[in-house]
Design a protein around this ligand. Structure first.
Ligand SMILES: Cc1cc2nc3c(=O)[nH]c(=O)nc-3n(C[C@H](O)[C@H](O)[C@H](O)COP(=O)(O)OP(=O)(O)OC[C@H]3O[C@@H](n4cnc5c(N)ncnc54)[C@H](O)[C@@H]3O)c2cc1C
Length: 459
């Protein structure tokens, strides 16, 4: 081991006790992955328990020019929590406390390693919820949710972490303590650093505390299921639903292959002619909710509708959601490798996106399965490939992104850029925007130590 590295590791051992520092490669190994299935072995893994320990760690890394990759649960799909070369992983696993629940002000202060589910459980005790709800909520952390601006089905009505976070405490790449935002729901003092850090994938600052804005739990919810003869007619229904005044709290889309997977897993009795399915949820006061659901069902009744019905039992709703949540992992049953993108287009362009994807699927002979948060135009596009199709898949993927940009869309709705999409960001961002972003990064992180290889392509 080079002298400079062993000197650094020795100092690290002064900051961390045995239980909160991994140096053994076998222990470090599992912290080299995320859900992108990429891997890179870290130099060490540290498990800080306090903000000050993170300040000290970042300062030490600055002294020794060692990169840091922050990590929540490693469920991200774009390689953003895969350690950079010769980096340490800073895991927030041991910072999982809920510090304050303040129902009077509808907020909660938490440490970054708390899981999304733990936040939901604690909020529910007071009649609230935090709207960001990735389907990985049982395991993913709030730090990861914030760093990716991860959302989920409820974003269509309640927004993403950017709309549901009041302030942050962070450590910059220079080891400074930075507090952003306010303890209030309105504030316009200076630039909005909270929204800047949210979605920055651990490249600007390490979040050590977050003030989350809570929303009262709705009294009641109705789940509708609509099936269509074609993907195009379902896509038109999405536009129609989003253009009327009652915003659903979930509007999820599945194409034919996705339906066949759900059907098997959930034993749903769906018409054999169904080529697309929408799961629509409407929430609010119990009084008048049925009337609201009826209006939404009317707007879902576009040409090509086979059937729209209210899920009749609580059990049916649970099964439908369980199957929807299992969709992404179960795709691995169909092909050994999948490329999973989470592109976004304006909702009125969903039909063009789906038609374009079908054409690409035929052109490249790669099955493409589509499902996701249609109310936001956020479609999870899954290219299912055999080992020998990797090169073809890359060309196909470039065409998928080109199609999305042509439709005025965005490369990622909630999974971020990480390593997987960094070579494509020039399709969406112009040189001026990228130049300004890089200057912002150097203000936060002058030595380029925080997740240095993520988001931007290597120079
Ligand atoms: C089955 C499954 C379903 C999923 N469903 C959804 C979904 O519905 N919606 C969705 O948006 N995503 C979904 N995801 C992706 C993933 O769960 C989310 O992106 C989640 O927010 C990642 O959280 P994490 O704790 O695992 O973060 P990690 O993967 O560990 O890290 C993610 C990013 O956050 C950074 N980071 C972590 N903690 C901090 C911190 N304290 N400060 C600064 N940066 C930090 C990391 O460096 C990295 O860049 C799913 C994943 C799986 C496996």
């Amino acid at each position: 081991m080079p002298g400079i590295q062993s000197d650094f590791l020795q100092h690290l051992q002064e900051l961390y006790n045995e239980k909160s520092l991994f140096l053994d490669p076998a222990e470090c190994w599992t912290y080299g992955y995320d859900n992108s299935r990429r891997h890179n072995e870290p130099l060490a893994v540290v498990f800080p328990t306090t903000h000050q320990q993170i300040v000290d760690t970042v300062k030490l890394c600055n002294n020794h020019k060692v990169a840091i990759t922050p990590r929540g649960s490693g469920t991200g799909t774009t390689g953003a929590s895969v350690p950079s070369n010769n980096a340490i992983v800073l895991s927030t696993e041991h910072m999982a406390n809920i510090l304050t629940v303040d129902p009077d002000n509808r907020l909660m202060v938490v440490e970054p390693g708390v899981t999304n589910q733990a936040v939901q459980n604690a909020a529910a005790e007071h009649g609230f919820f935090w709207p960001p709800d990735p389907t990985s909520s049982a395991i993913c952390t709030v730090g990861g949710n914030l760093a990716f601006n991860s959302a989920g089905p409820k974003a269509v009505k309640y927004g993403t972490p950017r709309e549901n976070t009041l302030g942050l405490t962070c450590v910059t790449g220079a080891g400074e303590t930075l507090t952003t935002g306010a303890y209030t729901t309105k504030s316009v003092v200076g630039y909005d650093l909270t929204r800047l850090i949210i979605g920055s994938e651990g490249t600007l600052a390490i979040i050590t505390q977050a003030t989350l804005k809570l929303t009262p739990l709705p009294e009641s919810k109705i789940t509708l299921q609509a099936t269509y003869k074609s993907v195009e007619s379902a896509a038109h229904a999405v536009s129609a639903i989003m253009a009327q005044p009652i915003t659903p709290c979930a509007l999820e889309f599945m194409d034919e292959t996705a339906i066949s997977l759900v059907k098997d897993d959930a034993q749903l009795n769906l018409p054999s002619t169904a080529k697309a399915l929408l799961m629509i949820e409407v929430d609010g006061d119990a009084y008048g909710l049925e009337e609201m659901a009826r209006k939404v069902a009317d707007s879902a009744s576009t040409d090509g509708l086979i059937d729209v019905s209210i899920a009749s039992t609580e059990e049916q709703v649970k099964t439908l959601w369980k199957a929807r949540k299992a969709l992404s992992p179960s795709l691995r049953k169909i092909a050994p490798k999948k490329i999973n993108e989470d592109v976004v287009v304006p909702v009125s362009h969903i039909p063009n996106l789906i038609n374009g994807l079908q054409a690409l699927s035929e052109q490249y002979q790669i099955p493409i399965v589509n499902f996701g948060h249609a109310g936001n135009g956020n479609i999870h596009v899954n290219l299912l490939i055999q080992a020998e199709q990797l090169d073809t898949a890359k060309t196909c993927l470039a065409d998928v992104f080109a199609l999305v940009i042509k439709l005025n869309g965005s490369l990622s709705g909630e999974h971020g850029i990480g390593l997987e999409k960094r070579d494509y960001i020039g399709l969406e961002l112009d040189a001026v925007a990228i130049g300004i972003m890089k200057k912002i990064k150097s203000q936060f992180d002058p030595e380029n130590l925080l997740n240095p290889d993520k988001v931007f392509p290597p120079s």
